[in-house]
Design a protein around this ligand. Structure first.
Ligand SMILES: C[S@@+](CC[C@H](N)C(=O)[O-])C[C@H]1O[C@@H](n2cnc3c(N)ncnc32)[C@H](O)[C@@H]1O
Length: 249
């Protein structure tokens, strides 16, 4: 039984130093770059079950554009429409992805994910892609986002998410999170950045809270319950995992 608080609000979690120095993620979580690369690779290798010369993607959570760049590296990708509700993150994405914006292969949209999905027509997108965004959502908001993703996908369309999926074994997850916290302390103490240490620890408390935590098995079940088919785990490295599913054709 789900005992989680089903809150449905969008939150603004990426502002101030955490957002302005988001590049620090590469130091505190090197696995994230690997997941972004795998997300791009998965989309590049994916064949829709219908004739399609090129793909139109919707990305949830542009951030600074790390995963977006991996998507744009695929020649199959005609257009990435990418939505994020944090102005400080989008400002960096605009700078980092200026060439794709100029070439009109990318649209960056400042809006919360659910509102944008709700404004997107039925069956209009080949693939919805995300990285390290859904785990930030409140449980009920995540459920609503998944329903909307299913609606906007073309039949046979792909949903791929590379994200922080908590380990299903709570004791193992605690050990892994404690190791992460120790790593944050080592990195930020060496850099003499106690301000950023505070920001990332506070953020981790949000990720780990009962209303947000995204454990792998319940997350796969939520996708199947929403109506996705072929829900699969492709890769896992600690809490970092790559998951995909399709809209039944
Ligand atoms: C951890 S970052 C990941 C960014 C990027 N996908 C990457 O791979 O580096 C999560 C991003 O999701 C965005 N985000 C969080 N909640 C959101 C919401 N409700 N609507 C839109 N964007 C959201 C944040 O602003 C942030 O830029």
């Amino acid at each position: 039984m789900n005992t989680m608080n089903p809150k449905h609000a969008a939150e603004l979690l990426f502002e101030g130093p955490l957002a302005e120095e988001y590049g620090m993620l590469a130091v505190i979580c090197p696995s994230a770059a690997e997941i972004s690369r795998r997300v791009g690779e998965y989309v590049d290798g994916w064949m829709p079950p219908y004739p399609e010369a090129s793909l139109n993607l919707l990305e949830i959570g542009s951030g600074t554009g790390i995963t977006t760049a991996c998507l744009l590296a695929s020649r199959k990708v005609a257009l990435v429409e990418s939505v994020d509700n944090a102005p400080a993150m989008l400002a960096q994405a605009r700078h980092n992805l200026a060439a794709a914006l100029a070439a009109k292969r990318l649209r960056l949209i400042e809006r919360d994910a659910l509102s944008h999905l709700q404004a997107t027509p039925d069956a209009s997108v080949d693939a919805v892609v995300s990285a390290y965004t859904l785990h930030n959502f409140l449980y009920g908001y995540r459920q609503s986002v998944l329903k909307e993703i299913l609606r906007v996908l073309k039949p046979g369309g792909l949903f791929v998410n590379g994200d922080r999926y908590a380990l299903d074994d709570a004791a193992e997850h605690l050990k892994s999170t404690q190791a992460e916290v120790r790593h944050y302390f080592r990195v930020f103490t060496e850099l003499k950045r106690h301000d950023l240490l505070e920001q990332w620890i506070v953020h981790l408390f949000s990720d780990e809270s009962e209303e947000h935590i995204m454990r792998l098995q319940p997350a796969l079940e939520m996708m199947a319950d929403t109506g996705f088919a072929n829900t699969r785990l492709h890769f896992r490295d600690g809490a970092n995992a790559l998951v995909s599913a399709v809209k039944p054709a």
